[in-house]
Write a protein that binds this ligand. Sequence first.
Ligand SMILES: Cc1cc2nc3c(=O)[nH]c(=O)nc-3n(C[C@H](O)[C@H](O)[C@H](O)COP(=O)(O)OP(=O)(O)OC[C@H]3O[C@@H](n4cnc5c(N)ncnc54)[C@H](O)[C@@H]3O)c2cc1C
Ligand code: SF4
Length: 480
Amino acid sequence: MQFIPSETLTVDRKARVNMPFYDLELRAPDVRTCDFEDVVITFSSDRAMLEAARCIHCPDPAPCMLACPAHNDIPSAMWLIEQGRFSEAADLYHQTSSLPEICGRVCPHEALCQGSCVLNKHHTPVLCGGLETFAVDYKRRSDGHILPVAPPTGKRVAVIGAGPAGVACAEQLVRRGHDVTIFESKPAAGGLLVYGIPNFKLPKDIWFEKWEEFERAGVKFVPNTYIGKDKTIDQLFADGFQAVFVGVGSEIDAKMEDTPGTDLPGVYEATDFLIRGNVEPRLLPADMNEPLEVGRRVVVIGGGDTAADCLRTALRLGSEEVTCLYRRTEREMPGGKKDRAMAKEEGAQYRFLTQPIKFLAGEDGKLAAVECLEMKLGEPDKKGRRKPVPIEGSNFIVECDTAVLALGYWPDPVIGKTTPELETHDWGLVTADQATGRTSRPGVFSGGDCVTGPDLVVTAMVGGRKAAWAIDEYLKNSQN
Ligand SMILES: Cc1cc2nc3c(=O)[nH]c(=O)nc-3n(C[C@H](O)[C@H](O)[C@H](O)COP(=O)(O)OP(=O)(O)OC[C@H]3O[C@@H](n4cnc5c(N)ncnc54)[C@H](O)[C@@H]3O)c2cc1C
Ligand code: SF4
């Protein structure tokens, strides 16, 4: 339900539809590739009010609200922003989202809220992601944001993994007065917000300010602790935790197992490349401390958003020729158009219907080239995507000094293997009810990428919140 029902507003829809549209401002490609700062220039107050005034206030439930996985009350927020009531708009976002300042920046808006805006039919959708970012940043700068917490219940919950799912679950639990400790294998909290998504898409300061808010509210954090190796879930229960949330993501890089030469110096997995290329040294995990050696010519293999992030990182690290090798055509690419367009603007090249089959060393033993095969598109697979088929004898060489494998991610099976009665499937994804996060093991809940497979920040955050509500119920009903 909308906080401000559309029927109560007098808006001239025709006039609004014809209002001028000014797109989000981006820093110029040749300027932004010189640093790792945010590419998007955030709205000024005047621009925000003007953009919000383009919303035509569809009848409740508005399609943007339905398309947002968090069901943010976008139309009401648009109305408040239009009136200059920015902090009140921020309060609305905080009601349905644990990470509005992050989602406003990194959600694939064109596939979610903005994608469903009815203005899409003949006009340009309202930039609701940018406006969410504006309102929440405004409130943080002007009034700050303090999490309201209930009196202590005395119940202790362990959260495994400090990514969007884990921190959203923790946030909802501390609000309800529970004592929450997050166990995290890396040195800092944030999951892929820190150790994945590059700074030029999500400035890390934004996340760290948010994290401080969670810590001030009482969330405890135990870094560098790998559950399943340093401690098991059984031990957490034995230590006195009454419930456990598993939010360990799906972060194991997919390999090119049958391709010779992937162990050559100069060949990197996407996670390693993005972490060492983007994260400041004091936050690096112990096994990633060696400086990254990035050459003049870089190839990135893969077609998703991670590939675009690697291309854009390589350009910022000073590489001169940066090329994406993808085995299908642009039409089949899984990554979003927005990130790809920005990568192209910044100078990345794309080579389609290209399958690497061998990484070749130079005289110094380091990577010097990739041998590839030309592909053509064959019959559609089960998902309807046409399969790439090699063209025999079409071998060719792409010279490069660095190759990055951005082929997707698998779950880590360790939690399933070390936790009796915890059901997993498909190489280690946790089997959990998507509405409540309940797993086969009583007292253990789960959400985020380790349940759904690699997805989005907003869906992981929603998974963590839903599990927190179910954990709260479970704790209320449990005897110990
Ligand atoms: C390069 C890249 C770019 C992306 N860009 C976007 C984007 O622009 N927009 C978007 O919406 N989504 C993006 N995503 C996807 C998004 O980041 C994820 O869907 C989201 O972070 C999943 O949240 P999560 O909490 O489930 O897992 P994660 O963020 O993966 O967090 C899991 C945490 O658990 C920790 N952990 C793992 N195993 C253990 C263990 N055994 N013990 C203790 N801790 C453990 C990990 O270290 C990690 O901190 C991107 C993903 C990648 C890889
Ligand atoms: S959370 Fe994401 S989908 Fe929902 S309104 Fe914000 S930007 Fe749009």
